[in-house]
Design a protein around this ligand. Structure first.
Ligand SMILES: NC(=O)C1=CN([C@@H]2O[C@H](COP(=O)(O)OP(=O)(O)OC[C@H]3O[C@@H](n4cnc5c(N)ncnc54)[C@H](O)[C@@H]3O)[C@@H](O)[C@H]2O)[C@@H](O)CC1
Ligand SMILES: Nc1ncnc2c1ncn2[C@@H]1O[C@H](COP(=O)(O)OP(=O)(O)O)[C@@H](O)[C@H]1O
Ligand SMILES: [K+]
Length: 501
């Protein structure tokens, strides 16, 4: 699913109006109806509801929503925030229609006009939408501050009033802090960024059938992975396949005290369809891997505690002979391990998966970045990404840094977190839609490395491997949270919940 800019969203509305064709007022009605259907699923008609409307089309939506809720027997009070002399045409139209139905429309010009808000109420925020053009001030600011102080449940229409759709707000901007945002047609870039978390709440997209043709043709670097899109990437297994069909992967992981990272990555790799797996761990990890992951072959390093080089044994004499290599979980940062990483990078030609301490070693030896095979997948969490790049002042700058880095080094970067952002060498960013805070626990990153290595070994295109692997990892995290609860789940539960279908 595409994420469009605020200018594209305006053009999309226009294109829909012209080409469908549909009158703007009817499009607003469709938006209001979609909102009300969502609202009626969440809240019973006995819930007292106060709707705050601005004077633009977001306010127009609010007035239409008020009318539709009244028709469904909700008890609704409407407050119009009169911050300017002019209203939009569709606002005025809906204002007239609402006044035919109820006298219960009040106007807020001064602070004393703002009503008291109770915790039993739901507040619908339809003050400002995507037309925000400057920081809020005056009476709008007072109203927003009052709503934010209130104990009531708050639902924003399209986007929280005061929040920018696709650019940073000023640090002292006043913005609604909703419990829910119900947005029209497409998710907004602002929703993907941690700094906006409190200005978005739980968000949903409602379909108002805006022009599909316009959306299909629109150019954007930003995407949000939908379940059907991820599923389309998944390959079926041929009836006559054999283990050789799914690649032989090598995982370089673990150090003394962190062999568990190698165990988790190996198990996840095997649970993600790899044909064969060899794990290289320090010698002290040999018995652990052979016991904990009997399906994997184990190549012990000559060193007891750390990885020092690529072991040339068995059928494979060099890393080039593996279908895919994953490196990093739990390896530490000793000079010997750095030497191993250099040996790997100079030896392989195919894309590799680089995680954890392998990323920290790259950050300390940046000249190695240029030597990475094209389309390698790097999986930093934000701190690791900062070490690879520099500090950023806000999440929009971080996003720019992410795209620049992936383009400059011709790699895929999975910046992990809620809505993990997958940047491609072409400069696109795919935000992941699965996952939950239960994944914030040690070892879940190692699981991701195993998954991505398995997908590369099976011959998936690296960008598709990253999009599909991150999606499946988050989905398994969601299933684990369902079964164990987000607080109690651990990385092994994520592996157990992996299901490729
Ligand atoms: N155009 C369409 O066809 C549709 C629009 N929809 C709704 O329309 C909204 C966008 O409507 P608008 O473009 O009218 O935008 P808004 O409703 O956000 O209002 C913009 C108006 O407020 C003023 N304004 C901007 N920033 C302000 C501030 N900080 N303080 C005070 N006034 C400020 C602007 O000058 C403009 O007059 C969407 O968010 C959505 O809710 C939906 O009805 C779907 C269809
Ligand atoms: N709040 C969250 N919502 C969604 N996913 C999360 C959240 N917190 C963490 N994750 C996911 O969990 C994983 C954590 O990886 P990482 O930080 O490398 O942990 P570790 O190194 O301990 O394994 C990443 O895939 C990340 O996207
Ligand atoms: K709003």
């Amino acid at each position: 699913m595409k994420i469009l800019s605020v200018d594209q969203i305006k053009a999309l509305d226009k294109a829909t109006i012209q080409n469908e064709p549909i009158a703007p007022i009817n499009l607003m009605e469709r938006a209001a109806l979609a909102f009300v259907d969502w609202f009626a699923d969440q809240f019973p008609s006995t819930k007292p509801t106060k709707i705050f409307c601005g004077l633009g089309n977001n306010g127009g939506d609010g007035l239409a929503i008020a009318r539709l809720l009244l028709e469904r027997s909700y008890s609704v009070e409407v407050y119009v925030v009169r911050y300017a002399p002019r209203e939009s045409d569709d606002f005025m139209h809906n204002h007239r229609r609402l006044k035919l139905l109820t006298e219960n429309v009040k106007y807020i010009e001064f602070s004393q006009d703002i009503p008291a808000l109770r915790h039993t109420e739901v507040i619908i925020d339809a003050i400002l939408g995507s037309g925000l053009s400057r920081p809020v001030d005056g009476i709008v600011k007072h109203v927003i501050e009052t709503i934010n102080r209130a104990p009531a449940t708050v639902v924003s229409v399209d986007i929280a009033s005061g929040l920018q759709v696709d650019q940073p707000n000023n640090p002292d901007d006043v913005i609604i802090e909703p419990d829910y945002t119900v947005t029209f047609q497409l998710p907004k870039l602002a929703f993907m960024l941690p700094q906006n978390g409190r200005y978005v709440g739980q968000w949903s997209v409602v379909d108002i059938t805006l022009s599909k043709r316009f959306i299909d043709q629109a150019r954007t670097p930003y995407y949000y992975t939908q379940p059907n899109e991820a599923r389309l990437l998944l390959r079926k297994r041929d009836r006559f396949s054999h283990k050789g069909s799914f690649g032989h992967a090598l995982l370089l992981a673990g150090s003394y005290g962190k062999i568990g990272a190698a165990v988790l990555a190996s198990r996840a790799c095997l649970r993600s369809g790899v044909g064969l797996l060899t794990v290289q761990v320090p010698r002290s990890g040999y018995g652990i891997i052979q016991t904990a992951v009997p399906e994997a072959m184990c190549q012990p390093d000559i060193d007891d505690d750390k990885l020092t080089g690529i072991r040339h044994s068995g059928n494979n004499t060099s890393p080039t002979e593996f279908a895919a290599v994953g490196v990093g979980p739990g390896i530490g940062k000793t000079p010997e391990t750095l030497a191993m990483l250099k040996e790997l990078i100079s030896g392989v030609k195919k894309p590799i998966v680089v995680d954890a301490d392998a990323l920290n070693l790259l950050a300390e030896n940046k000249s190695l970045l240029a030597k990475l095979p094209v389309s390698s997948i790097l999986t930093p969490h934000p701190k690791e990404f900062e070490r690879l790049t520099r500090k950023w002042s806000d999440d929009y700058e971080r996003l720019d840094l992410l795209r620049e880095f992936a383009q400059k080094h011709r790699v895929i970067v999975v910046l992990k977190g809620a809505y993990s952002a997958i940047a491609t060498p072409e400069g696109d960013v795919h935000f992941n839609s699965t996952g939950n805070p239960g994944l914030s626990t040690g070892g879940t990153g190692d699981v991701l490395t195993g998954i991505l290595t398995a997908l590369l070994a099976q011959g998936y295109d690296p960008v598709e491997a990253a999009v599909l692997g991150v999606f499946a990892h988050g989905l398994a995290g969601d299933k684990a949270a369902e079964q164990r609860g987000a607080i109690g789940m651990v990385a092994s539960d994520v592996i157990d919940a992996l299901r490729w279908e």
